[in-house]
Design a protein around this ligand. Structure first.
Ligand SMILES: Nc1ncnc2c1ncn2[C@@H]1O[C@H](COP(=O)(O)OP(=O)(O)OP(=O)(O)O)[C@@H](O)[C@H]1O
Ligand SMILES: [Mg+2]
Length: 263
């Protein structure tokens, strides 16, 4: 069975249909259709201002949609508060670093479990995320601000798992990181998938991001231009030329292509 057929058989954990949303005046999202299969890492790529972060904001409840639908495990997300959406099992790691630099690594991670009352459960989850992200154990008592950018991102990943979410939203996890650290971070994203999480990720390093993902979505001007398996998106000649820095096959090794200038 081909990747395409397999993808078609997977049920969508998150499904967006005809989604419109914006800030104040006009619409930024203009009819977004997007499916995130359960167990996938779905990578959204596209130029600056395409609306990638806006999609994540609608899913996490930070921005209200004007029209369309968004369903998660069969339940509508629209009109729900960010807190309610968190309780449903969706957690977001924002684009800008979100750790408290003067707090210890372990306290930062523990804050991810702020809605959990059961102390035993919190400590059990802490052990689990420390197994996944050893830096959380090794540097537990250091201030988060003393860690490197890549290590801080792993601490953010660890914190996002403390509520045992079903869907993790990652907005440009490799932002500001060097190519080697980028690869480590993308490996950690795949690790999250292998532990049973579904991931919806926006990635500026389009080619590297897609290579680390199972599914790809290309956005442009508030709409989805192309979706498919990550390999299909990587191999699409038109998309390659427009967004990935020249058409080439997805299986060829290359330097990570930065699609847009760093902010
Ligand atoms: N808080 C806001 N208020 C008003 N306009 C906003 C706000 N946030 C984003 N926008 C606008 O919405 C559009 C889409 O922004 P968005 O952040 O979703 O793009 P993006 O695809 O994530 O881009 P980037 O790759 O630069 O992160 C842009 O034109 C942006 O200026
Ligand atoms: Mg963005």
């Amino acid at each position: 069975m081909g990747t395409e057929a397999r993808a078609a058989q997977q049920p969508a954990l998150l499904s967006l249909r005809g989604l419109y949303a914006g800030y104040g005046g006009g619409d930024i999202l203009r009819g977004v259709d997007l499916e995130v299969p359960e167990g996938s890492v779905t990578c959204v790529v596209g130029p600056n201002g395409a609306g990638k972060s806006t999609v994540l904001r609608v899913v996490s409840g930070l921005l209200r949609a004007r029209a369309g639908s968004a369903t998660f495990a069969g339940t509508s997300l629209l009109g729900r508060s960010p807190r309610r959406i968190l309780d449903m099992g969706i957690v977001q790691v924002p684009q800008d670093g979100s750790l408290f630099p003067n707090m210890t690594v372990v306290d930062n991670v523990r804050m991810g479990a702020y809605t959990v009352r059961d102390r035993g459960l919190i400590e059990r989850r802490m052990g689990e995320v420390q197994d996944l992200f050893p830096v959380v154990r090794e540097r537990a008592q250091e201030k988060a601000g003393a860690l490197s950018g890549g290590q801080q991102k792993m601490v953010e990943f660890a914190r996002s798992l403390m509520l045992n979410p079903r869907l993790v939203l990652l907005d440009e996890p490799s932002m500001g990181l060097d190519p080697k650290t980028l690869r480590t971070i993308l490996d950690q994203v795949d690790l999250m998938r292998r532990t049973g999480k579904t991931v919806l990720m926006v990635e500026q390093n389009a080619r590297s991001g897609l290579r680390a993902s199972t599914h790809g979505v290309v956005m442009e001007s508030g709409r989805v231009r192309l979706t498919g398996s990550a390999a299909e998106v990587l191999d699409n000649p038109q998309i390659g030329e427009l967004y990935l820095g020249g058409a080439m096959t997805g299986s060829k090794p290359s330097e990570p292509a930065t699609m847009t200038a760093p902010e």
